[in-house]
Design a protein around this ligand. Structure first.
Ligand code: PLP
Length: 397
């Protein structure tokens, strides 16, 4: 390796998390600068003209680009190993834009059935309004994917692990089937995080994040991101975002940039705690089953070992006593908070049936694998023994 080569190209993950995308101003600040500005000024009308026609490579308006947002995008792309990244105001703005920017009336989209409530709404309610046919398959079933993708499709959307059932999709196999059907594979990688799963390396075309979750990881702000090739981000997604405007605020981008610096430390610690809690829950007589990809009892544990580097910070568990038992357990907790958010430094628990997935008809919830006695636990950064004691005492009440 020659000394003249840019060392940034060789940086390992931890260095990319801290230094990726850093662009210092003439003030030589250590930390990333926060450019809380909507616009930019020009020294002359010619400079303005050339900024708009592309002769000059400079920023013109924060709906198009902003220096702090650009640092966040570059850093996340470096971490993910993606050619390009576009930030959005929320995870749902990212999912919406990643899908809608590439479909036309008459197109067909195939998705896994177990999805985050709002992702399911976009596919089941919104897209059909614009003449886009959507078909849902059991994401665990490769034969179902094969059947659905034996006809041409424009895009495939999956979440793996899925919220809240922790079901997995075989990304390499589905990417192959999607490509043969002419579709691009879009993966919602929120539960795995960039730390534990790299969908692009497994054949996916586009990755989306709710940066609200582990990327901020401290419950402060909403954000989202779409990652993919230069061509997709500039020519397909870029114009869609630029003209519809679901942009990330520079302030939130700054918070998320600082979140990225500690991403692997936080996620790995929470995942180690989650593994211990999953084992604890599995040993409780009140618990019918625990869904966590790191458990040998998870029906797709082998797939998890193959395509993930770790098993994440979120689990679901089903109580023997149904909704009443779930409510009693929630009512007995003193440390873990009841909240529908996830990926926070604080451990959060919710009852998907009546909250995140309330709007979905009961029969569909059952088909998705969500029961009335199911709870979803997002493990945070507290001491593992305090969390286990909290659960144990809530069971005892
Ligand atoms: C939270 C979440 C989203 C939506 O993200 P927001 O930032 O809340 O808009 C999408 N997908 C998954 C899997 C999520 O957990």
């Amino acid at each position: 390796m020659s000394n003249s080569e840019d060392p940034r190209k060789r940086w390992r993950l931890r260095t990319r998390q801290v230094r990726g995308g850093l662009a210092r101003t003439g003030m030589h600040e250590t930390s990333e600068a926060l450019f809380l500005t909507s616009g930019f000024v020009y020294g002359s009308p010619l400079e303005a003209e050339q900024s708009f026609d592309g002769t000059l490579n400079r920023m013109v308006y924060s709906r198009f680009s902003n220096p702090t947002v650009a640092m966040f995008e570059e850093r996340l792309a470096a971490i993910e190993g993606a050619e390009a990244c576009r930030a959005t105001a929320s995870g749902m703005a990212a999912v919406h834009a990643a899908l809608m920017c590439q479909v036309n009336a008459g197109d067909r989209v195939v998705a896994s059935r177990a999805l985050f409530g709002s992702c399911q709404w976009i596919l089941a309610e919104l897209m059909p309004r614009f003449g886009i046919a959507t078909e849902f398959v059991d994401g665990k079933d490769l034969a179902a994917w094969e059947a659905a993708l034996s006809r041409p499709a424009k895009a495939v959307f999956v979440e793996t692990p899925a919220n809240p059932t922790l079901e997995l999709i075989d990304l390499a196999a589905v990417a192959d089937l999607a490509h043969r059907a002419g579709a691009s594979l879009v993966v919602d990688n929120v539960f795995a995080t960039p730390v534990f799963q790299s969908p692009l390396a497994l054949g996916a075309d586009v990755v989306v994040y709710s940066a609200t979750k582990h990327i901020d990881g401290q419950g402060r702000c909403l954000g989202g991101a779409v990652l993919g090739s230069h061509a997709f981000c500039s020519d397909v997604l870029g114009p869609y975002l630029r003209n519809t405007g679901p942009v990330l605020s520079p302030f939130n981008a700054w918070v998320l940039l600082k979140g990225l610096e500690t991403l692997d430390l936080r996620v790995e610690r929470a995942a180690a705690t989650a593994e211990r809690i999953a084992g604890f829950l599995e040993g409780r007589p009140e618990v019918r089953r625990v869904l966590y990809p790191g458990l040998a009892s998870h029906p797709q544990h082998d797939l998890a070992r193959r395509q993930m580097r770790g098993y994440g910070t979120v689990m679901a568990f089903e109580l023997e006593g149904g909704k009443k038992a779930a409510y009693d357990l929630l009512g007995g907790l003193a440390t873990i908070d009841i909240s529908n958010n996830l990926g926070d430094s604080k451990s959060l628990i919710c009852h998907p049936w009546t909250t995140t997935h309330q709007r979905i008809p009961p029969a569909e919830k059952i088909a998705m694998g969500i029961g009335e006695g199911m709870l979803r636990l997002s493990v945070g950064l507290e001491d593992v023994d305090d969390l286990i004691e909290d659960l144990a005492s809530a069971f005892g009440r």
